[in-house]
Unconditional design. Structure first.
Length: 85
């Protein structure tokens, strides 16, 4: 599973492999930023965070595509998903 580091313990307890796309500290910093809760300025902050996580996601997906013939990608939000893939 790919996610931010703050979910690592939960994912591993569920018996799944985990690969961080950003640290728990990076995620916490975004959530502490008051702009994330502002309907106008949140988009820019989310876009920055998506940019930061896009490279690790793409590296992981590319590596998996080389190793396996089938790869399932599921996201919980559609925020700029086409830009990532």
């Amino acid at each position: 599973m790919l996610s931010t580091g703050n979910f690592e313990e939960l994912v591993r307890r569920a018996g799944l492999d985990f690969h961080a796309i950003a640290s728990a500290e990076d995620c916490a910093a975004v959530l502490r930023n008051p702009d994330i809760w502002n309907g106008v300025s949140a988009d820019d902050l989310i876009a920055e965070y998506v940019e930061m996580t896009a490279e690790p996601i793409c590296r992981y997906v590319d590596k998996q595509k080389e190793m396996y013939s089938t790869l399932v990608i599921a996201v919980n939000r559609g925020i700029r998903v086409r830009e990532i893939l």
